[in-house]
Design a protein around this ligand. Structure first.
Ligand code: TRP
Length: 436
């Protein structure tokens, strides 16, 4: 069975080697696994929680998008988008906020860490804590539940947030589901093989320790300079070196095959100098990054291209979020005024048919065309994987059981929360005329 895998990265800085090996590379690898439907996004609403520098957020969105693409993410195959291009997410987040108990958020690690720090400093417990930080797990739950993700690849620090997303999903299902479940329960996907990279000084590679190795920034030259700054012991060339506890060796292993690592280990035991070892490490990493760096630089020189890709991704994602939101609005009692209810099923049963539907199959799946009484085409439907579903949708359309959601100048036709077509104004008028 196909599993939906979803993960986000918060764009609040320039990606470094640790971000690449710990999050970007594994997500791209996961996306090409069989039976995987992958959703990857830039969590830019999350960025506002910890970063109030507009230029930095804007730049980081581009850098992280370009890094993901350069690392081999195929936007045709996965759904790749930016959180802030999906207006249904903050709306959904508010609905979830209203079913989440405050006590649950009091227990969130990120918030508790701030409280602990404030206590240690002897200042007010909530000093410097904004509501974004406090309710961060709810926004994250909205990201995940909106797309019914089964698996969420994250680092260990995020496990609690996935537990909270399950908790919130169950509560919403229970309160509004009337016996059915709106959401599947998501689980974290922790890849034991994924590296938490050590930084130059051996502590976890992190911007806050100022011990990072740049990924593409500054090109080969900065990569080399950073690697030369890796801290080692003071053994001289010729003296045997221990690889246990050597973070230089650990970094090597993250980018090498097992054979390369074994050979490097043997050379170090035989007295390879640290200077030579750094050269080898640089060559190994640079070999991996060079082709990507070129692609990254091309993309960064063409921000419009990145923009196009992200907007196309958002459109794909909204084919799911728009109908789900319409359903959720109705479930909580907030049916949108744009959602014109145009159904009067009983009266229509006997009517002479004024429209005709023709279904067919092509590379995209099962689709159908609607023709009006004059036999002029009204619209071509979206593709569906299941011919039975397409048939059922046609029946319901014919029975007048549809709603239309207007988004700017486009009219989205839904049957039972499933989007069937997207029309312009004229098509919508003809559809309503033909089916009334
Ligand atoms: N909070 C995550 C992080 O800081 C980023 C994130 C936001 C995320 N929304 C998500 C990850 C949804 C997975 C799923 O790493």
């Amino acid at each position: 069975m196909t599993k939906r895998v979803l993960t986000g990265i918060t764009p609040s800085g320039t990606p470094h080697l640790g971000n690449y090996a710990g999050a970007i590379r594994p997500s791209v690898r996961a996306s090409v696994q069989p039976d995987t439907d992958a959703f990857f996004f830039l969590a830019d609403y999350h960025a506002l929680i910890k970063c109030d520098d507009p230029q930095r957020v804007a730049r980081s969105r581009l850098e992280i998008a370009a890094t993901w693409l350069a690392a081999g993410l195929d936007p045709e195959k996965v759904t790749f988008y930016r959180q802030s291009d999906i207006p249904e997410i903050p709306e959904f987040s508010w609905m979830l906020t209203c079913v989440t108990s405050k006590g649950l958020m009091n227990r969130a690690h990120a918030y508790k860490a701030s409280v602990d720090q404030n206590n240690a400093k002897g200042v007010d417990v909530d000093d410097g804590v904004n509501m974004g930080l406090y309710s961060y797990p709810i926004l994250m739950a909205a990201d995940i539940l909106m797309f019914n993700a089964n698996l969420v690849p994250v680092g260990r620090d995020q496990i609690q947030h996935i537990e909270m997303a399950r908790d919130i999903a169950q509560r919403f299902n229970h309160m509004y589901g009337q016996g059915r479940d709106f959401f599947v329960l998501p689980y974290e996907l922790i890849d034991e093989a994924v590296a938490t990279l050590p930084g130059l000084d051996g502590r976890k590679m992190s911007k806050s320790y100022d011990n990072t190795i740049p990924l593409f920034e500054g090109g080969e030259k900065l990569l080399q300079t950073a690697i030369n700054r890796i801290v080692t012991d003071s053994k001289q060339p010729g003296e045997p070196k221990q690889t246990e506890g050597s973070h230089l060796f650990e970094l090597f292993e993250v980018f090498s095959t097992a054979e390369q690592a074994a050979q490097f280990k043997a050379e170090l035991h035989d007295g390879l100098g640290w200077g030579e070892a750094k050269k080898k490490l640089f060559e190994l990493i640079n070999h991996d990054l060079s082709p990507m760096r070129e692609k990254y630089n091309d993309l960064m020189a063409n921000p419009d291209q990145i923009e196009q890709i992200l907007l196309a991704g958002a459109e794909k994602a909204r084919r799911i979020s728009i109908p789900l939101m319409a359903e959720l609005r109705a479930a909580v009692g907030l049916r949108s005024p744009n959602q014109v209810a145009v159904s009067a099923p009983e009266a229509k049963a006997e009517k002479v048919k004024t429209s005709r539907f023709v279904s067919f199959r092509d590379a995209q799946g099962f689709q159908f065309r609607m023709f009006d009484a004059a036999d002029a085409e009204v619209f071509l439907s979206l593709p569906f994987a299941d011919p039975k579903q397409a048939g059922q949708l046609i029946k319901q359309l014919q029975a007048g059981q549809y709603t239309i959601d207007q988004i700017e100048q486009r009219y989205h036709v839904f049957v039972d929360g499933v989007q069937v077509a997207e029309l312009d104004q004229e098509q919508q008028d003809r559809l309503i005329a033909a089916l009334s």
